[in-house]
Design a protein around this ligand. Sequence first.
Ligand code: GLN
Length: 476
Amino acid sequence: MKPVPRSLSEIRDLIKEGKITLPNLINSCLENIKSQKDLNAFISVFEKDAMQNAEIVQKKIIGGKAGKLAGLVISVKDVISVKDRLMTCGSKMLSNYTAPYNATAIERILKEDAIIIGKTNCDEFAMGSSNENSYFGAVRNPFDSKRVPGGSSGGSAVSVAAGMCTASLGSDTGGSVRQPASFCGITGLKVTYGRISRYGLTAFASSFDSIGILANDINDTAEILNCISGYDENDITSSKKPVRDYYKEIQKEINPKDIIIGYAKEAFETGIQDEIRETILLKLEELSKRGYRVKEISLPNTDYIIPVYYILTSAECSSNLSRYDGVRYGYRAELEATDGIEEMYTRTRSEGFGEEVKRRIMLGTYVLSSGYYEQYYKKAQKARQLIIKDFGNAFKKADYIITPTTPTTAFKISEKTDNPLEMYMSDILTVSANLAGLPAVSIPAGKDKNGLPVGLQITGKKFDEAGILRLAKYIL
Ligand code: GLN
């Protein structure tokens, strides 16, 4: 693998000192993509455009007129629209669909001179925890290619961890940015619901979905967040709350005595790999020695997190994915002259969607159907409120909550594919932030005995992205 600078400040310094040029950097990234093709991180690579843009941005940097993200090479999960480019969502259904416009987050990074190098592989329509559900094949973990990189933004995490770019935009509906970031030893941020516009992000479960940032360096995460967050008239759920200067805020000194860290006891109980429990508990001990106030808090409704998440997201996805009907978008089954419209819909959707997506559409349709609506969907909505309340109570006692990001480190390919429930359990520590709309970040916290990365998750109060990123920076 060609060495690639880890952060924007490193890149800028090297360019100023004349040690690299942006076209050089793009070349190294492209070489790393080619030499590690077996990891299957990309669905499309923008070789020519990336190189052309690098020449332009290099000149801007030298002339002192470059945007805030000039020097960053960014990959984009293939569920986010980049104008005139293929957007497959990891699905046969959209395998030849070209996006007609840029997502707002894309518009905003391009305005600040970031260079997009390509679109990354992901679980089909962002449904998955292992990146084995892609029509374009499984993605592999760069630490051990027999293992999964996490999902659903697995390609994004691998592209950053394996030097194919310096940051990536992914999506997080239940942990899809934080979990792969944790499995691949990088930083993954999911923002408060509404902080980043979802315009141009393919809908999976609209009341959970959020664009997220994967990077090596927390300063880069903050800088990208500065550029992409904020109100957007194209997304009515985007927040009008003023955007803070996250980069500036995380440079401020921290006084550990002012900070109360909540230790959520339930997160350390069932099914957590010993080395993960030990790593995070050790970290908490270290923080307490450094003067942080560590306090036990409780999230009593933890047992409901997984069922509630899967009932509600499946319900929302069954509605969102009804638009793929062979008429408006993408794939349409080949039909006989005698086939009617019913046959067209059925065959198109049966052939165009993969197993996991179909499982969720069926589950979602079931929980929304009359007779079952009250029993499942409505009940899950109520339980969601209980989980939100748990966090409300916890944040009366603590400023931040620290947990592991995942119960295990990266597991083997095929290990959990026959058991969807076991696969779903790997989201137990991440989905609650989406249920409650809270910001959360995963940072690398160590390795297990196989040399696989362990992630630590910090969850904060709504719109306290600056707080969680600053704490992350100080405890890394
Ligand atoms: N693994 C979770 C799921 O399959 C999360 C997906 C996501 O965040 N997009 O639903």
